[in-house]
Design a protein around this ligand. Structure first.
Ligand SMILES: C[C@@]1(CC(=O)O)C2=NC(=C\c3[nH]c(c(CCC(=O)O)c3CC(=O)O)Cc3[nH]c(c(CC(=O)O)c3CCC(=O)O)/C=C3\N/C(=C\2)[C@@H](CCC(=O)O)[C@]3(C)CC(=O)O)/[C@H]1CCC(=O)O
Ligand SMILES: NC(=O)c1ccc[n+]([C@@H]2O[C@H](COP(=O)([O-])OP(=O)(O)OC[C@H]3O[C@@H](n4cnc5c(N)ncnc54)[C@H](O)[C@@H]3O)[C@@H](O)[C@H]2O)c1
Length: 191
């Protein structure tokens, strides 16, 4: 069964907590900031990799706290990514997050995740997020590479033109939808 509901989150409107500053913590903070450079992120961990320290020196929206996780760290946070190397502690953090209704990702235990991070294909304003339902992140990464090659570079121009038409179209909603469907029908016409 694949019951995941995909959404695109404006992380700059939220405050993200990352627990664990090791290799996976680095991977997750990089994924967050690559996609949402203006996100506010607090990372708590007794040991923090140098790459993360360097990121924090350059970015005032990143706060580093050098100690073990404490439940007070949840204050004012909207979502949490848990990436310690202590499975039991990860489970406790997840339970605490649930009781506060904070959305939680536990990097080493898919069953404990409220959401997964995805592989991301980006072409200007177009973003395609890929998930394998936790089956194979490596497959997601490879598909990203395939789609990155397959999607044409000029999509941005097409999107800009369609936005201009969209902004220009007057009339009621149904008319607007019909017009936009007519103009773009060439994209799905069988040869
Ligand atoms: C897509 C991506 C996004 C990102 O992280 O930004 C992502 N993992 C990526 C890479 C990657 N992760 C791992 C490998 C090593 C090879 C392998 O194991 O396959 C590689 C490949 C590599 O690095 O080359 C190891 C791994 N990952 C998870 C576990 C735990 C487990 O499954 O039990 C373990 C075993 C740990 C161990 O054995 O110790 C779990 C998750 N990883 C997810 C996402 C979520 C499911 C996404 C989906 O639905 O497909 C989920 C469930 C939770 C989450 O992390 O959100 C990113 C690709 C970025 C890109 O596009 O380049
Ligand atoms: N989801 C994924 O993509 C993925 C990929 C690889 C590994 N993993 C899993 O993620 C986990 C972490 O792996 P890693 O390579 O980052 O390990 P790591 O040893 O490099 O880092 C773990 C970090 O957690 C910190 N930590 C430990 N206890 C803590 C606590 N109570 N509060 C806050 N921080 C704490 C440590 O100081 C360290 O910085 C492992 O269980 C691994 O199997 C997940």
């Amino acid at each position: 069964m694949n019951n995941l509901f995909p959404i695109f989150i404006k992380l700059e409107n939220l405050h993200t907590l990352i627990v664990g500053g090791g290799y996976v913590g680095l991977e997750k903070i990089t994924a967050v900031l690559d996609n949402s450079p203006e996100a506010t992120v607090t990372l708590v961990s007794p040991e923090i990799r140098n790459e993360i320290r360097e990121m924090a020196e350059e970015n005032s929206r990143i706060t580093l706290i050098e100690r073990k996780f404490d439940e007070n760290d949840f204050q004012d946070k909207d979502l949490v990514i848990v990436a310690t190397n202590d499975k039991e502690e990860n489970r406790r953090i997840k339970e605490a997050a649930r009781s506060l209704h904070i959305l939680c990702n536990v990097a080493d235990t898919p069953a404990l995740c409220d959401f997964y991070l995805s592989s991301v294909v980006r072409k200007g304003n177009l973003k395609v997020a890929i998930s394998t339902n936790g089956m194979s992140p490596t497959m997601a990464k490879r598909l990203k590479e395939v789609l990155n090659e397959a999607l044409p570079e000029n999509l941005e121009t097409a999107m800009e033109q369609l936005k201009a038409v969209r902004d220009m179209l007057k009339g009621d909603f149904a008319y607007k939808v019909d017009e936009l469907n007519r103009i773009t029908s060439v994209l799905v016409k069988k040869k």
